[in-house]
Design a protein around this ligand. Structure first.
Ligand SMILES: [Zn+2]
Length: 324
């Protein structure tokens, strides 16, 4: 028997595999999330997220310098405020850790892209992503608060604001507010497709943002739905979103692919805390090869169609990619 078609010819050695590789992961694909807190010289490890820390602004600046030196192009800044109230007013206070961190990082590392997470759940005393009306998160009055958050982050120096609340109409509201305040060049990365996911658990420890009653299913998407994802994307693009995000990543790569094929704008994916924690826990037990698992996972996100990967693995992956 003579086989004419032998796909294994294209896998014979490293060089031939490199020549025919369809997807290449780059440090330039990554965004690293940073959690900032009040105080100085604070570096507290987040228990369910090994090697991720709550950082005071001074330490966040030092980390941002390292991230820049590794070639990672962007950070996304999250924060724990010094006070919480029923409307989350510390979210737009220019003296809050997030606004101070954005300003300090921009001054120290001007070329590093700074993304501000725009939401209220870290700042409200009830832990929901907006203003409550009874047990309902009121959509339209929340939009006015999100506008204040976005403008405050732009004032601090954010290059991109990233609303993660899932209120209807927030992209148009934020675009209007940015433009009215002369921030025409501040981009919006929309968490357009954000599922009500159990994979966010460790982040809620990190951000102290678990809702005190109920859950977020009133506003975040049902994990069973995909057509609805395309509707959310369509709306956000029509309202002025510059980048569309799908969150979480690994259990939603079919959605990433569907979004990629339906739009001509950049697609981002958020490799969330639960995905990170599972890898770190298995690696700590010696059950998996962490480096190979991480590179394979991040490559799958790129292959599915994402241009931008927000990941807690980004720093390790940047170092590993340098040696691959
Ligand atoms: Zn939120």
């Amino acid at each position: 028997m003579t086989l004419k078609l032998r796909p294994r010819r294209m896998r014979l050695n490293d060089n031939i595999r490199a020549m025919v590789r369809e997807t290449s992961l780059s440090v330039k694909d990554f965004v690293y999330p940073i959690f900032v807190v009040a105080g100085s010289n604070v570096k507290d490890e987040i228990p369910s997220m090994p090697n991720c820390y709550h950082l005071s602004v001074d330490n966040a600046v030092e980390l941002a310098k390292q991230i820049d030196a590794l070639g990672i192009p962007a950070v996304e800044v999250f924060g724990l405020p010094e006070y919480k109230d029923d409307i989350g007013s510390s979210a737009w206070n220019m003296d809050s850790p997030v606004q101070r961190a954005i300003a300090a990082i921009k001054k120290a590392v001007p070329n590093l892209i700074i993304i501000g997470d725009v939401c209220l759940c870290q700042y409200t005393n009830h832990g929901h992503c907006g203003k409550l009306c009874g047990q309902y998160v009121d959509n339209d009055s929340t939009l006015e608060l999100l506008q204040k958050v976005a403008v405050s982050q732009a004032q601090a120096g954010a290059d991109i604001v990233a609303p993660s609340d899932m209120m209807d109409g927030r992209i148009a509201a934020i675009r209007d507010a940015l433009d009215d305040n002369h921030f025409i060049n501040v981009s919006i990365m929309s968490y357009a497709v954000k599922y009500a996911s159990a994979f966010y658990g460790p982040f809620r420890d990190a951000a102290d943002s678990a809702p005190h009653f109920g859950d977020r299913k009133q506003y975040q998407m049902d994990p069973a739905n995909s057509r609805e994802a395309l509707k959310e994307v369509e709306l956000d693009l029509s309202e002025g979103a510059d980048i569309i995000m799908v969150k979480p990543a690994l259990t939603y790569l079919d959605i990433v692919r569907a979004v990629r094929e339906s739009i001509n704008r950049p697609v981002a994916v958020y490799n969330v805390s639960g995905e990170y924690a599972m890898v770190k826990a298995a690696a700590a037990n010696g059950w998996i090869d962490e480096k190979r698992i991480v590179i394979e996972s991040l490559t799958s996100m790129k292959r599915a169609g994402s241009d931008i990967i927000i990941s807690y693995h980004a720093i390790d992956a940047a170092r590993w990619l340098g040696n691959i």
